[in-house]
Write a protein of this length. Sequence first.
Length: 202
Amino acid sequence: MVMIIAFMGFDGTGKTTTLRLVEEELVRRGLTVVSVPGFEHLVLGKFKKLFGADKKQGRYDAGSVGGRGQLLFKLWPLAVFVECWLVYLYVRIFRREEVIIFDRYFYDWLISFEKLGYSSKLTRFIFFNCLPKPDLGLVFVADPEVAHQRKKHDHKDSLSEYEKQLTRYQELAQRKKFKIIDTSRTPIGQTAARVLELISAD
């Protein structure tokens, strides 16, 4: 039976690096592993121009589609919500004998919408309450200063934005009862070993 593992968290927390180490070890153990990259539209990719989304995080520019902007601004998160369900159903139905590891999961979309100012009470409700949970949810966090320093050459986000992201992900972990993986001062090898322990115990 398929096992869905979700790596969630903000930039600079070591999600992707840890995922690679965990994936390598699980394959060495004889398991079939499929990793799903984060913030990629497996279904909506062909429709992003219609919604005014950019090529990266599905970012929506409300002014890019003229008079339709306000309506599409509201519809884009709902379209992503539907896509999340389609991806989940596909994995459950057609990937039954595999370990699926998401490098960012559906809830990361909600947090990205909140960061970009696209969220609403409806968006928060349906993403928090109407999406399927992974079999194992791991929320990666780090001291904002540490995470910010790790990504200093890759982003333009301020330290205060990292602090907000930490608060958002702590709320997510608390609400959905996900495990928190703090990578502030833990070597990446130890972090991977901890994750493997959690996978074995689940």
